[in-house]
Design a protein around this ligand. Sequence first.
Ligand code: FEO
Length: 390
Amino acid sequence: MQVMKIRKVTENVFAVGVQDWRRKLFDALVPLPHGTSYNSYLVTGEKVAVIDSVDPLFTDEWLKNLQELKVAPDYIIVNHAEQDHSGGLPEFIRAYPDAKIVTNARCRDLLISLLHLPSDKFLIIEDKSVLDLGGGYVLEFHLTPWVHWPETMFSFLQPEKILFSCDFLGAHYASADLFVQDEQLIYNTAKLYYSEVMMPYSAQARKALEIARQLMPLFIAPSHGQVYNHPEFILQAYDDWTGENTGDVLILYVTMHDSVKKMAALIQHELEAQKVKVKVQDLTETDSGEIAMELVDARTVLLGTPTVLSGAHPAAAYAAILLNAVRPKIKYLGLFGSFIWGGKALDQLASLVTTIKPEIFPPLMIKGLPLPEDEIKIIEWAKEVALKNK
Ligand code: FEO
C-alpha cells in the first residue's frame, strides 16, 4: 500500500514513524489482524525533538523520514525502553552524534543494558521536568511507571496539548490515515492491545489515566496505531477497562468426547435460566487475543477440561497460563472437568493461577459422560455461580 510517510499532526509536529502492514503476531502471542505501527514524532521549535524511535527492523525507513525533513534533531525523547520503540537508537546517535537522549534514569539504565548505548549521551529528567524547545514549545515529562514497564513515561507538548503516551492508549493498527477515522474499529483493536499489554497493570494504568485526564490533551499520539484528535472515547474506554469488571460469566472449555462440552452446556443453560449473562468459548476455536479481550470485562471465569493422561488438557492449561499472565480483575474462578482414571486435572489448573486471587468455587469433577445424578450436581454448582453473579 502506498503511504504518505511523513504527516503533520499540527503545524510544527510531524508523524515520522512507520507502518508494519505485515506483522501477524505480537509478542509471539496476540494475533494482529490489522498489522501495527511504530510511531515516532518530530517537534520543531527552535530546537528539534524526536519523540521515540521504532522497531529495529524499520530503522532505515525511519531515518529516511527524518532526513526528508532536513532538520538536525537536538533531542530524542524516549518514553519507553522496549525495543519496538527504542530499536533505532544506536543508528540514530550515529546519524546525529550531537543529539541527546532525553529520558528518566530507569529508562537510561534499561537502554544501556538492551542497546549498549554510551552513558554520556543521556540527559536525565525527573517527574514533571520540562524541556524548553524554544519558539514557544515546551515538553513536560510525567513518569508513569509500570504501564507496562518500570520506566514508562508520558511526554506532553505545550501549547499544542499533545500527549505522547507511548504504549498507553495505543492500538495495533497500520494505516495510511494519521487520525482515527473509525472509533469502533479502533476501540476493538485498542481493547485487544490493552488486554495483553496493560491489563496485567490495571491499577497503574488507572493512575496513568488520571494523569492523562488532568493534562486535558487535545491530541493523544500513542506509539502504536492512529492519533486521537477526539481523545475522549479512548480515555472513556480505559476508564471502563481499568474499572470494576461488570461483565458476563465466561465459560472456556475444551472437550475430547463431549463430556466437558455437555457440562459447559448444562452450566450455561442454568446460568441463563437464572438471568445471568454467559459467554461460552471452545478453546480449540478461540485464539489467545480473543480470550484476553473477553477477560477485560468478565467477572467470573469457568474453565473446563477433560483429563489427558491424569492431567489437564494442554489447551485448558494454556488458558490458565494466559489468565495468570494477563491478570484480569475477575472476582470468581470455577474449574470443572471430566475424568475416567487419574483425577488431578483441576488441581493442575489451579496450580497454574497464582498471580490473581479470585474467589474459587469448589472444583466440579465428573467421571466420564455425566449421568442424571451428575447433571443434578452440575446444575447445583451452576446455581452457586449464579448467586455470585446476580
Ligand atoms: Fe510497544 Fe512496550 O512496547
